[in-house]
Ligand binder design. Sequence first.
Ligand code: SF4
Length: 445
Amino acid sequence: MALTGLEIYKLLPKTNCKKCGRATCLAFAMQLAQKKAELKDCPDVSDEAKSKLGEASAPPIKLVTIGTGDNQVKIGEENVLFRHDEKFYHPTGVSVTIGDDLDDGAFKDRLDRINNLKFTRVGTDIEIDLISIQDKSGDASKFAERTKEVCGNTHLSLILDSTSVDNMRAALEVCADKKPLIHGANSDNWEPMAALAKEKGCPLSVSAPSLEELADLTEKIKGVGVDDLVLHQSANNTKDVLQGLTKIRRAALRKSFRPLGYPALTYMGNGNPGREIASASAFIAKYAGVVVVDSCEPWQIMPLLTVRQNIFTDPQKPVQVQPKLYEVGQVNEDSPVLFTTNFSLTYYTVEGEVEASRVPSYILAVETEGTSVLTAYSGDKLNEDVIAKAMANAQLDEKVKHKKLIIPGLVAVLSAKIQEKTKWEALVGPKEASGLPTYLKTTWH
Ligand code: SF4
């Protein structure tokens, strides 16, 4: 049971020494109760108090790590229900299934396709994190053989999906050093599965028909010394899974209900890739730690990773590119010069359209604290002074000889002021970036 701020205060040194960065011990206690501080920030807390406060200072949702090294996946340890209240910290792991019953050629082909699910979006590399090996054959040696094959041919972390303790043990014999997620504990097999997880030091996924039974099961498993748990949520429809995920998150954050204070995993394969990806996208938004999907085509996975990329940014910090002059293609002194803002989405949209035009161009990304063109203009972060300064910093006068600047059509109103300030001719470009290829090919001279 979580302690109140006053109960925590009674256990602190009460010296108000400020070493924790707070003005008083009481302020620190209140923040600790709200999970906005960590006990380790107070260097003088006694060992006795530490053990009593351990529960109160633990994160409401446990951090669970799947895998090892650079590709390990960390899930959980989230503090808020709503992203705009703070931010979501640990991006949902995306996992794609592979069945151990595929024939050799199909298995290799699917594994290759899964390994290649990598993309670049708004200047960032994005890819899936995990591969879920499903024990569809029911044969321990087959499951172990396929697990070994995946292990030797992927950089992704692993989920072993089987409710058979014998088959799970066989697969773990060939990959336990990779610390896979053991996906398969339920009310029938939890004792041997928990023993396996403990023996191999692997996280364990737990399933139950209801949240009450799930909470009972996690308490039992924790009681035998296994606490790196993942709560499996599965149902026939998106609504029920979302409800389960939301109840788990609320119970953990609002009620500090420890038996459900773990990250969740969803799997809702239904043979319809469109629906599967739409459902998985909803689960990423609320509140899956891992989503497992059968879909493995780039056009299916890219939207999912795009949703994740957007959800797991800090809503108070727009994603920005470095404000500077960028070259697209083999530019020369006659190449057109466009400006836009340093908001990543805006910049990369413009860059993509310029690339598509095949007209080598300069793009000046103007510092607007990562806001879009209209937002920056209306907040007076984009005006003739800011643009003139960016042009001077980029030494545009030395790079091109034509002295013409293509400005976004959305800020056509700035054209006269820019001309007056910079002595460059301001050419009003299209309002939408999608108009740039035509503009550069037909209007630009
Ligand atoms: S460091 Fe510890 S003793 Fe000092 S003010 Fe903070 S909580 Fe109190």
